[in-house]
Design a protein around this ligand. Sequence first.
Ligand code: AMP
Length: 442
Amino acid sequence: MKKFHFQTPTGIHDVLPEDQEYFRKFLSVAREIVEFYGFKEMEVPILEEAALYEKGTGETTDIVEKQMYTLRTKGGDVLALRPEFTPGIVRAYIQNGMMNLPQPVKLYTQGPLFRYEHPQAGRYRQFHQFDIEVFGETSSAIDAQVIQLFTLILKELKFTHLIVEVNSIGDSSCRPYYKKLLSSFFRSRANSLCQDCKRRLKENPLRILDCKEEKCQQVKSQAPQTIDHLCEECKRHFKSVLEFLDEADIPYHLDPYLVRGLDYYTKTVFEIFSEKPVKKIEEDPSQGETEVVTRSALAGGGRYDTLGKILGGKDIPAMGAAIGIERIVALMKANAANLPKEKPGPQVFLAQLGELPKKKSLKLLEELRQANVQVAESLGRDSLRVQLARADKLGVAYTLILGQKEALEGTIVLRAMDTGKQDIVKMDKVVEETKKRLRKKS
Ligand code: AMP
């Protein structure tokens, strides 16, 4: 028979128990902060109609063009594994009539996302985000508050060297003109652009500003900037966002070419990076070492006042953001983050010897759990010596030993691990007796 050797698919990882602790720590900090500010948790499905993202995220985005996992069901529906949260949450807001609730509606969610990317350090095909969205509020205060919340979460996790980049990409009254300017700028330099950007030039010139290719970045550095071409309303809004950030003591940089890879943004966009100085050894030994700064994107978001309409509702003012949990976990590990103290270890070990005792063990274990006694067992082992050695290793105060004779007589042996003293206790009294002895010890 063929021997299978299954591995996770490329770019997809298990989250092992040692990483779960960091995930949990991050989520407890993030939840506590956003819930204080009135956000309510919700879940959206992992599978949605592919058209939701094609329309919402945008057909010309890398996410939809290159990275979406789509599938056809047996019934013929075309579905996609969610590559981002926002379109699903907007769909849920409309579908569940949340516009009838008092506004703003503040929601948060977390979970896995799927993008068919080139896997590399910190870039996976299945990864997790924590995401917040605010609906029904046009005020610039909300834009600043969303940025503030993410900086608060990162500060609470003791992260330093954080950079907040902000920009405004205008709205439907000023962006079309800016896009025209960009098109004519890039058209005259089309020969210097990569193949993808030549195509982007026809589809959506804003996407060229996201391109990571060195030669496109060079061309981009001379391109017209959105903030020079904002309409009065977008200018006022952006100025006000920056004033809120100043008042809240949130340092930021203005990045005039930050557009984010999504089509639905209007006005404010932002990203948060972590910067790490890294020593680089120069090829010419006389130059010695220089320091270069590497950047890792931790979070990003923006305002998206027209997505509601795009998805079939009406204009719904909204602002949202997402933070990448794997990257946060990697930084927590690098910073040797303090994790919450582990749950107290077991106080009692249940050893069993033979078939009947093993059968009786399941019920007794549950009785101990209900009585709040931390108990460990090795139901797969039969030797008393091995089980006592395990009890010893775990450092429990008592071991309950259930042999064949005791199981038949309805009793159990209660052994104090420090003295080795053993007492026979009635099975129906053992939980109570164990609790009493544990209380005496503490
Ligand atoms: P985005 O949804 O692309 O704006 O990404 C928001 C954040 O999610 C980024 O700043 C990263 O921290 C994280 N992220 C995005 N894509 C990936 C990926 N492929 N693997 C791991 N983390 C990611």
